[in-house]
Design a binder for this molecule. Structure first.
Ligand code: GAP
Length: 578
């Protein structure tokens, strides 16, 4: 059994996750988190919120899942959020063409190749349809938009889309959010919420699904002035697989500190480097195995339409590298597009310390000349002259000036433009912030943490499976058992379970079956500690406390048990030190 299959079997049996709506045959790409999975997911989200929102001093919002079409026209998703699809002429099944190439050749990241090249590779390798095994050679490779479309209200006049990334819910609200931040850059806005993509081929349980949770941070910065607190992470060692290494014959992962990666220009954005450093420590905290982890830079053809640079955090499972987070430098792409499409102001006014006097080139074109000369184009020519004066005042140095409008050239005598340079006093300027975006897929994190925690060993001659989840992440902190359901042991154990819940611990009470089986059940869901109430408990007010990984047991007082468990789960003490 592969690692993924083993995990999916355990996940279903023990209540982590399972295919949704099974009673009706289900729908590929939709999963329900069971009690253990929902608790684990929520612990991962809490840990993310703690590290990327609270400790960074950012704000969190919650925007709608459905947004009107103009949002996605502006963001570029309507036109460009496509994957490559190929349809089998024999059985009609559709497949993701780039994945077929990756699965059947040595080519990695086929997504970065043009459609025609992917079509040629499919033909050259005579790649067959995975469903019916007919040849796919010669079948066209098309673009398929991944957004789920819906109608807002009755009728079809107001199309809307389920958001394919939570980020757009932050970008469209920028004017309002900027006010909340008192128009002071830099500031960060985060969101944990659902995103939806109509994936062509959902696969590997939680890895490629059609509805998933993202935890995204949009950090708005002044590209001229703001710098990240790099010194806080400069010594963190990053396993970096750069685009250059990926393209070189002998390239591999380089281990550089954040400081070295920036100094050597391997990571070009200081902000991206900062977040790689912060995230590395966080992945370790939630239980990602650092021996199965790397940061991989996107190849040029692989970059999303909005990104100028992007590094993915990837975790290895079953020999495959799975993208768990994207760290993108989005520049001002999104804010510029939303400003252009909505007509609203998506800038921040930056007040100068002192007013400054600047030279401002202006034009005041003579319309009584432009009108007869250029007819219907006169106003566009006037606008183009104004833009040119701002951009390149030297163009007005001669007797004539030429502007390009929609591919046509218009030449105007400089005298008719009334070009002049005025001195004006300015108190500040409008800055369009750049965006640095760490974007985490929560389901993939849950999957990775579970896969990396899965451990098999032998206890008392018997095989055992357990999840060595960090105590802080485990869905259940403590299992409480009576040794036997008699002589008041069960009542006492229930009382202890209640007191531990009252103290804020996540507790499972279990009195069914042999004690060894109860331990195994908790081991399999990663419960770090178990408490057993026995005869001695009734006489001495003590219990046995058992640690999951070592299976060692200690006798501890019931008085102070809740605090002991808290110190253990928070890492303030160790089981050995008790
Ligand atoms: N706002 C940027 C953005 O959405 P992305 O790389 O497309 O970037 C970010 O997605 C993260 O969301 C990925 O790193 C991955 O963890 C997760 N993700 C993306 N598509 C997914 C899918 N179909 N199923 C599960 N998780 C997905």
């Amino acid at each position: 059994m592969s690692e993924g299959e083993r995990l999916t079997e355990l996940a279903k049996r023990r209540g982590f996750y399972f295919p949704a709506a099974g009673a009706y045959g289900g729908a590929a790409g939709f999963w329900t988190y069971g009690p253990q999975g929902a608790a684990l997911k929520s612990n991962v989200e809490d840990a993310w919120r703690d590290r990327f929102v609270v400790r960074e001093g950012h704000q969190e919002i919650s925007a709608p899942d459905v947004m009107p079409e103009p949002v996605f026209e502006a963001s570029g998703h309507l036109d460009g959020f496509d994957d490559m699809i190929i349809e089998c002429a024999e059985c009609g099944a559709t497949h993701r063409a780039d994945h077929l190439v990756e699965d059947n050749t040595d080519i990695e990241e086929a997504e970065s190749l043009p459609n025609e090249e992917v079509m040629d590779i499919i033909a050259d390798h005579d790649i067959a349809c995975p469903s019916c095994h007919a040849s796919l050679a010669g079948e066209p490779v098309d673009n398929f938009n991944l957004m789920f479309e819906t109608n807002i209200g009755p009728g079809t006049s107001s199309p809307g889309y389920l958001r394919p990334e939570t980020a757009q819910g932050i970008f469209v609200e920028f004017p309002q959010l900027s006010e909340y931040a008192r128009n002071q850059l830099p500031f960060g806005v985060a969101q944990i919420g659902k995103a939806y993509r109509n994936e062509i081929s959902p696969r590997k349980s939680l890895v490629r699904v059609r509805e998933f949770t993202q935890a995204e941070l949009e950090h708005f910065v002044d590209p001229e002035e703001d710098e990240p607190p790099l010194s806080e992470v400069e010594d963190v060692i990053l396993p970096l697989y750069s685009a250059e290494s990926q393209q070189a014959d002998d390239g591999g992962v380089e281990h550089l500190t954040v400081g070295e990666a920036v100094a050597d220009g391997v990571v070009t954005s200081d902000w991206v480097a900062y977040y790689l450093g912060v995230a590395k420590g966080w992945y370790e905290r939630i239980g990602v195995d650092m021996d199965r982890f790397r940061f991989r830079q996107h190849l040029p053809g692989e970059l999303a339409h909005y990104a100028s640079d992007c590094w993915d955090a990837e975790a290895e499972i079953d020999g495959d590298w799975i993208e768990i987070t994207g760290f993108a430098y989005r520049g001002d792409y999104d804010l510029e597009k939303h400003a252009e499409h909505s007509g609203e102001d998506f800038t921040v006014f930056k007040q100068y310390d002192e007013p400054v006097t600047v030279e401002r080139p202006t034009v005041d074109p003579d319309m009584s000349y432009l009108g007869p000369e250029f007819g219907g184009d006169a106003q566009t020519v006037a606008d183009a002259l104004e833009a040119l004066a701002e951009r390149n005042p030297e163009a007005f140095d001669g007797d004539e000036v030429t502007v390009e409008v929609d591919g046509d050239s218009f030449t105007v005598p400089v005298a008719e433009t009334n070009f002049s340079v005025e001195e004006v006093t300015e108190n500040g300027e409008h800055v369009r912030p750049h965006v640095v975006e760490p974007s985490f897929g929560v389901g993939r994190l849950v999957y990775t943490v579970l896969a990396h925690a899965y451990t098999e060993d032998e206890v008392d001659g018997e095989e055992r499976t357990y999840l060595d989840l960090p105590p802080e992440q485990a869905p259940t902190t403590v299992g409480v058992f009576p040794l036997m359901d008699k002589d008041g042991m069960a009542d006492y154990a229930r009382e202890i379970a209640g007191a531990l819940r009252e103290a804020g611990h996540s507790v499972t009470y279990d009195d069914s079956g042999a004690i060894g089986r109860r331990y195994r059940r908790q081991d399999e869901i990663g419960t770090p500690y178990c408490v057993t109430v026995d005869y001695e408990s009734l006489e001495e007010d003590t219990v046995t406390l058992r640690e999951r990984d070592s299976t060692d047991q200690k006798r501890v007082s019931i008085d102070g048990l809740a605090e002991t468990l808290e110190r253990l789960t928070e890492g303030e003490t160790t089981f050995d030190a008790l």
